[in-house]
Ligand binder design. Structure first.
Ligand SMILES: N[C@@H](CCC(=O)N[C@@H](CS)C(=O)NCC(=O)O)C(=O)O
Length: 216
């Protein structure tokens, strides 16, 4: 059965791969599962048909027969559990990879999202400039810790897994800020993720949505 995911009709990042459908597309490409995409306007995301799929009115969602999922982490985990390639075969290895998925979307992504909120929603506040260094420091801390864990390794637990997929996807959100450049080992780690053929296919697919939308 071909699953259907949802994505932005016009992504605010202009197709640079930062919207969260990218993680799901990448996971599907890694396991070789074809998929369809339903593009949504911001208005459609808040309408009952979409709220029935995601009560928070966001993308991505994932539909496969009777199953409807939301939350990019849950969707990537679902894909990784049902196909070979994104989780190790042994139970402990799988648990470790899943742990890294949670670390990515909780420990690492949370402070990164705070930077986005600060820039877009608090930029006009009198205290914005004073708060910004604190926000940046809260991002740097887990990045230093992640650098120490990674050491000279290519991937978090030896072999590429769904944990790396989520971590790279999360770290990519830092690119526009320039913060990633302060962490050469993490920049190289992200570049390894981006170099994967599955990532490149996913990136091209989501960029094509924006390119087609802009020329019409
Ligand atoms: N925790 C959710 C976050 C989903 C999310 O915030 N999606 C954004 C796109 S990356 C969205 O739909 N934004 C539109 C809106 O909030 O109106 C996930 O990982 O799927």
């Amino acid at each position: 059965m071909i699953p259907t995911i949802t994505a932005f009709e016009r992504s605010p990042d202009r197709g640079r791969g930062l919207a969260r459908d990218m993680r799901v597309r990448w996971a599907l490409e890694e396991v070789g599962q074809p998929y369809e995409v339903r593009l949504l306007s911001f208005k459609a995301m808040k309408e009952p048909a979409h709220l029935a799929l995601n009560p928070f009115g966001k993308i991505p969602t994932y539909e496969e027969g009777d199953l409807a999922l939301f939350e990019s982490g849950s969707i990537v985990l679902h894909i990784a559990e049902r196909h070979a390639g994104l989780l190790p075969d042994d139970a402990n290895g799988r648990a470790r990879a899943i742990t890294w998925m949670f670390a990515a979307i909780n420990t690492v992504e949370s402070p990164i999202l705070d930077l986005t909120t600060a820039k877009f929603l608090e930029g006009d506040k009198s205290w914005y400039a004073e708060r910004l260094p604190l926000v940046m420091e809260r991002i740097r801390k887990p990045l230093h810790e992640l650098t120490a864990w990674l050491g000279e390794a290519d991937w978090l637990e030896g072999k590429f897994s769904a944990g790396d997929l989520m971590m790279v996807a999360v770290l990519l959100r830092l690119k526009p800020s320039g913060l990633l450049d302060e962490f050469p080992k993490l920049s190289a780690y992200v570049a390894r993720g981006e170099a994967r053929p599955a990532y490149q296919r996913a990136f091209a697919a989501q960029l094509a949505v924006f390119t087609a939308g802009s020329t019409g």
